[in-house]
Design a protein around this ligand. Structure first.
Ligand code: IVH
Length: 683
């Protein structure tokens, strides 16, 4: 098995260091000083040798001088323009009529609702990634762009080009990791690109995906003499296929065409309908459909205004909003002690869904909106995961709540509440502990708060994929006092479980089995499942890679703080959260240490190992949580992806694997059982 990377001998280690140093030196001369000392071929030979000896060497992911995000402005070689917008069918017809002299064939793509990014490749290597900014100048975000899994640092074409696209966050990832801390995936995508550290509240660029919609080439007379000439395309659709071939993921596209204007308009409107439907199940937030003339020469003829090209149109989904009445505000304590306001509103249909509760995000938001109970409010579900109140329209009248129905079709019989200002609670609604403000958030710091306990237990169970233990069961267990801390779960007996309402022997056995399967777990999984504020799976892995053993975790002191902050991409805030989280839970951690087997994690030197450069997708029922498998793959240098494509190296398939297994077999992707996979991990 030639791809396995064994430990290096001294001579190889020295060679790797020398290569990295030379590449850093020559990259600087080439990219920053424009005074190369060696030929491209010589440079490529150094690069290729380093790649073969240490495929994950950080120098291979570095070009020129990496700069902190946001500190350097980038002049766009090709301005990043906006798009002309439309919402009505007649505007689409108008656009067709205006462009029709130049052709009736259009590329239709979903308009992805994320953050625009420009990738500059020189001689096939990513040298700069920049945000859109003003369209003329953006911010250098190269370091973070390199963390985005589907952005290659090297193309399979060795030329000079600028690739443009949208960076988005998968909605599943948003819901799982960020829904509590950010209003929508778009803000997170923008924040993650520009943040300086893997830091609280902003998201991690590694959770983003890039979809290209455009490519520009440096004119042949200006490009580097050793770079190949720019390919020549007649149509945009050809350039998108070409991008796919050189390693870039283009946004999905279809080419639509018609015989005459009316026919063409109809063909475009079919796309707006199709995407309106697909929006519901789309993995990413969309805000419309972009139509672009396919013929590139004709685009040139049409030209652009200062604001937008004349050959493109963004058709936007109609805003999904409605008005209703704010009936009350409830305050709920979550796992990390954050007390979140939830508004109760008179039932209202927003984009086909009956809404009766909406989140107000945090205490600061209530103040910012200046809403009162009894107000008529404007509520929007603009592809956002949860509908939001965006403004107060003043005191409501009783006619504002007439003729409303609950989701089950029953008429709404509630009355207009007495107008009153919302009271931000001073004490926890669950345990009455005095609350404290923490930025815009209101928090309960009582670790034994019952609301925090049930939420933490659920988080633990979800993190370890114990899906037999749901909200009802956890509430029952806590209510009857069988479980007072997470470790108590592991002291439950089958008889105790069966003594609960609606708990038959079979379900009790299922719960016991699920608990038994998680009695042994590695430190990184443990740290994640513990659910410390803002410490998700990635940060847990990063910390576990430094702390390594449960013994070290229990013995963490302030002296370790510096070492943890020194980890690449980790900031002070999260280290503080880790330290306080651990010291506040010292008794529980001792208890865990007695009752569970928490296995050591190897120190993270560099993310390279037996699985370096290999991609994996995981499917089916396996003997341990998928997250644990994913973390192991990453720790061994591999990459974990969520979809099966021809490029995938391995599918790890457990029992009852379905469509992914089918697709992998069809595409000839290697399929591994869990034990095959375990074997691969062996050095
Ligand atoms: S084409 C000349 N295609 O929408 C501009 N843009 O409102 C070429 N966007 O800044 C852009 N999805 O960031 C294009 N499939 C798509 C898009 C798309 C999202 C964004 C893009 C642009 C903004 C304009």
């Amino acid at each position: 098995m030639g791809w396995i990377e064994f430990g290096h001998d001294d001579a190889t280690t020295a060679r790797i260091a020398a290569l990295a140093e030379q590449i850093a030196h020559h990259s600087h001369l080439y990219y920053n000083e424009a005074t190369p000392e060696i030929s491209d071929a010589e440079f490529d030979a150094l690069w290729d040798e380093l790649k073969s000896l240490a495929p994950n060497h950080p120098q291979l992911r570095r070009v020129g001088a990496p700069v902190p995000p946001g500190s350097v402005k980038v002049e766009h070689r090709f301005p990043m323009r906006s798009l002309d917008k439309a919402t009505g069918d007649d505007e689409v017809a108008h656009f067709v009529a205006e462009t029709t002299a130049h052709g009736r064939r259009f590329v239709a793509q979903p308009k992805l609702d994320g953050s625009a990014l420009s990738l500059e490749y020189r001689r096939g290597r990513l040298v700069r990634a920049a945000t859109r900014g003003s369209g003329e100048r953006g911010e250098d975000v190269t370091g973070n762009a390199l963390r985005i899994p589907n952005i290659p640092d090297r193309l399979s074409w060795g030329g000079d080009c600028h690739v443009r696209g949208e960076v988005v966050m998968h909605l599943d990832v948003f819901r799982e990791k960020y829904a509590e801390i950010a209003p929508n995936p778009r803000n997170l995508a923008a924040g993650s690109l520009r943040q300086k550290n893997i830091e609280a509240g902003k998201g991690d660029a590694a959770d983003l995906t890039f979809h290209a919609y455009d490519v520009h080439f440096i004119p042949n007379e200006e490009k580097h003499p050793d770079s190949p000439d720019a390919p020549e395309f007649e149509n945009d659709s050809e350039s998108l296929s070409w991008l796919r071939k050189i390693g870039i993921t283009p946004a999905e596209e279809v080419v639509v065409e018609g015989e005459n204007d009316e026919d063409t308009t109809q063909a475009l409107l079919i796309q707006t309908e199709r995407w309106t439907q697909e929006r519901e199940t789309s993995a990413w937030e969309l805000d419309g459909v972009v139509f672009k003339l396919d013929d590139l020469a004709k685009r040139e003829l049409l030209g652009q205004t200062a604001h937008h090209p004349r050959w493109a149109l963004a058709w936007k989904f109609p805003p999904e909003e409605s008005t209703t009445v704010l009936l009350d505000i409830d305050w709920q304590t979550g796992r990390t002690g954050t007390v979140t306001p939830v508004s109760r509103v008179a039932p209202v249909v927003v984009s086909g869904v009956t809404v009766e509760n909406t989140t107000l995000h945090n205490a600061g938001e209530v103040e910012r909106l200046g809403i009162s109970i009894g107000d008529k409010v404007r509520i929007v579900r603009r592809g956002d995961v949860i509908p939001k109140i965006i403004e107060s329209l003043g005191p409501a009248k009783s006619s504002d709540i007439e003729g409303r129905f609950h989701a089950d079709g029953e008429p709404f019989t509630g009355e207009l509440p007495n107008p009153r200002s919302p009271q931000i609670p001073t004490h926890c609604p669950e345990c009455s502990t005095e609350l404290k403000m923490d930025g815009a958030f209101l928090r309960c710091f009582n670790l034994s708060c019952p609301a925090r306990l049930t939420r933490s237990i659920l988080y633990w169970c979800r993190a370890l994929e114990m899906d037999g233990i749901g909200e009802k069961l956890v509430e029952q267990l806590c209510d009857v006092g069988l479980v007072k801390t997470i470790p108590d779960l592991y002291r439950l007996t089958s008889e105790e479980l069966q003594s609960l309402e609606r708990m038959a022997e079979k379900s009790a056995t299922n719960v016991m089995n699920q608990l038994d399967n998680t009695r042994e777990l590695p430190l990184d999984t443990f740290l994640f499942a513990l659910g410390l504020p803002r410490i998700g799976p990635e940060l847990a892995t990063v910390f576990a890679g430094e702390i390594c053993t449960m013994g070290n975790l229990l013995a963490l002191t302030e002296d370790d703080q510096e070492r943890l902050v020194a980890i690449d991409g980790v900031g002070d805030t999260v280290v503080d959260l880790l330290m306080t989280g651990i010291s506040d839970r010292s008794a529980i951690l001792e208890d865990f240490n007695q009752i569970l087997t928490i296995t050591d994690v190897a120190r993270t030197e560099a993310p390279s190992g037996p699985l370096t450069d290999l991609s994996f997708c995981i499917t089916g029922t396996l003997s341990r949580p998928r997250k644990e498998i994913a973390l192991k793959i990453k720790a061994a240098g591999g990459k974990v992806v969520s979809t099966v494509s021809g490029k995938l190296d391995f599918l790890v398939a457990g029992e009852n694997a379905g469509s992914k297994l089918e697709k992998a077999t069809r595409l000839g992707v290697n399929v591994l059982s869990e034990s095959d996979w375990e074997e691969m991990l062996q050095p």
